[in-house]
Design a protein around this ligand. Sequence first.
Ligand code: A3P
Length: 285
Amino acid sequence: IEKMFMLYGLPLPRETHSVDSLKFAQDFKFKDDDVVAVTYPKSGTIWMQEILPLVLNGGDLTPIHTIPNWDRVPWLEEKRLAVVVDQLASPRALVSHFPYHLMPPSFSTSKAKVIYVMRNPKDLMVSSYYFHQMAEFLEDPGTFDEFMDKFLEGKVLFGKWTDHIKSWTKTELGDRIMFITYEDMVQDLPAALRRISSFLGRNLSEEVIQKIAEHCSFKTMKSNRMSNFSLVPKVYMDNDKSHFFRKGITGDWKNHFSSEQLARFTSVIRKELEGESFSLPWSMD
Ligand code: A3P
C-alpha cells in the first residue's frame, strides 16, 4: 500500500490525513480569537506551535510541559483534530499546511488571525530530505538529487512550495495575516516574539519575552519531550535515521547543493514566481 494519496491535487500521507480529516477541516468552525500558524512543511511549524500558546497565555509553561504538541496546537487538516477539538480552550491555536484556498468557509467569515512562516526554500528542502528519511509515514526520498527533482515537481508532501507561497501572498486578509521568516526567528527570536505578541494583541513584558525565547530555543525544544516527538513510536519516526530537531540553522543548503543543483533549483523557482508582485526575502543565488 502506498504511503501517500492525492487529495485536492496534493500528495498527503495516509497515516495522518484522510478524506474524513479534510472534510472535518472544511467543517471546522473558526472563532474570532483563534490563531493559526500556516507553513509549507519544514518552514518552522513546530517552532511556532511552541510559541503560540506561550504568547497567548502570557508565558505559562504548563501546556508545553504537559500536552504533546500535536494535541496542544493541532493540525487543522489531520485526523487527530477530531479527537482533541473539544478539549481546546480559547483562545485556540492551530497549525496548518493548507494553501489559502483550502481554508474552511468559517475562516473567511471569522476574524481569526494567521501567522504565515516562510523559510528559504533551499534550506527547507534540505530539512525535508532528512525528514523524509526518518518519517516512516513518508516515501523514501531517494538520493538528494532525486529528491530535488521531486521537490521541484511538487511530488512531495503538500505539493509545490511556489504554489503555497503564491497562494498565501495573494489573500485579502489585510491585518489578519502576519508574515515572518524562519531566518528572522533564528536571527533574533525576542524581536520576533515582540512582533508576534503585538500582532496578537498581547502586551508582554520584556521579562516574559525573554522567558518565552528561552523555552522556544532550539536546545530547550529539542529536550522537551512534549515537543521533540520522542513520544512517537519508532515505526513512525526513526530517530536513528535523523532527528526532527536536526540543526535549526540557516544556510545548511550550502553543505548540500552542487553548483549544478543550485542553478537547476534557482531557475525553476524563478520561473514559477515570474510576474508575482511580491519579492522573496532571500537571495536565490
Ligand atoms: P532543520 O531540519 O533544518 O534542523 P517544521 O516544524 O515546519 O517541520 O520545520 C522543522 C525545522 O524547523 C527543522 O529544521 C527544525 O530543526 C527547525 N526548528 C524547530 N524548532 C526550532 C527552533 N526552536 N529553533 C530553530 N529551528 C527550529
